[in-house]
Design a protein around this ligand. Structure first.
Ligand code: DON
Length: 308
């Protein structure tokens, strides 16, 4: 991967950050630097190429939903997971209450909107939140090759204090049987997983893992991983950017997942892993500059799935 080319893509799209704002509905996220822009590519030969500010960590936020889905599918099998959560994309915001109420059996439309992710988190195996959290961290550590993962306590507390919309989604799902465990524990796990601190290079490594069908250093570490990865990539493609997923599919054509911290994880099949950070987000919760960078990378390296 040519560093100069990546730097050029980054610099060209830097001004788009001015069109977005840091998330403020989670107060602690509002303190992020809106001008931070970073990009990392992880290549199949193991090479990591970073440009921009890739050192400053940020929280996974909704990108954690991809990992939660993988672990829950490995733990329960896809049939059990998708008996509680749907597979369709959504035209509503990621935290929509009305959508949840209006759908058949009140099942969340997919595992990547908040309701779906909270329900999926509740299905992760473990005797308590600590054990569930540790299992997800071990899964991530195995992919990114470092075991010092931690969550951002301030962001976590900020979500606990202000996450009443998520709480309403979760209690509603409890009332309809989608969640059949302790609601507060399910929320605590979900908030903790959203608050895990990562860098662009961590995201790029997770992207590479997904793009190669769940291989770590060339090995499939769990026999059911290829199927779980295929499920996750499919839903990332159709729903990873919420109510901007259709446009992202047209423009970039790469399975990707955003977080309100401004991170984007992208996994062009069989090609590479991509990690992007740009905390200035648009009204749909996606990094403004990040989406532009993704589009440019897709076009430069012909990564759109229908360019093949
Ligand atoms: O639950 C929330 O609202 C946040 N912790 C995560 C939402 C999010 O990242 C949406 N993404 N773009």
């Amino acid at each position: 991967m040519d560093r100069g080319e990546l730097q050029e893509i980054l610099d060209r799209n830097r001004p788009f950050a001015k069109l977005g704002n840091t998330a403020d509905y989670i107060p602690e996220l509002a303190y992020a630097d809106p001008d931070q822009i970073g990009l990392t590519i992880a290549s199949p030969d193991g090479k990591i190429t970073s440009v921009g500010d890739c050192e400053t960590p940020f929280t996974l936020q909704s990108i954690s939903k991809v990992i939660n889905l993988l672990v829950a599918v490995l733990d329960n099998g896809p049939d059990q997971v998708f008996s509680k959560v749907g597979m369709e994309s959504s035209g509503e915001p990621f935290n929509s209450v009305s959508e949840l109420e209006s759908k058949p059996e009140n099942r969340p439309l997919n595992p990547l909107i908040n309701a779906g992710a909270i329900a999926v988190s509740s299905m992760i195996h473990g005797n308590n939140v600590e054990e569930q959290y540790e299992r997800v961290c071990q899964f991530i550590s195995g992919i990114i090759g470092r075991d010092n993962l931690e969550y951002d306590e301030k962001v976590f507390q900020s979500e606990i204090l202000t996450g009443d919309r998520n709480r309403s989604l979760a209690y509603f799902m409890k009332s309809t049987g989608v969640i059949d465990t302790n609601v507060e524990k399910a929320l605590e796990l979900y908030f903790r997983l959203c608050s895990i601190k990562v860098t662009c290079s961590d995201l790029a490594k997770i992207g590479l893992f997904l793009s190669t069908g769940g291989r770590s250093q060339g090995q499939v570490v769990h026999k059911n991983l290829p199927r779980a990865v295929k499920i996750s990539l499919s839903i990332m493609l159709t729903a990873g950017m919420y109510n901007e997923s259709g446009e992202t599919l047209l423009r970039s054509g790469i399975p990707a997942k955003s977080g309100v911290s401004g991170g984007i994880l992208a996994a062009p099949p069989h090609e590479m892993g991509i990690g992007i950070i740009g905390p200035a987000i648009n009204g749909k919760g996606n990094s403004v500059a990040g989406l532009k960078i993704l589009e440019d990378i897709s076009s430069k390296y012909r990564l759109h799935i229908f360019d093949k």
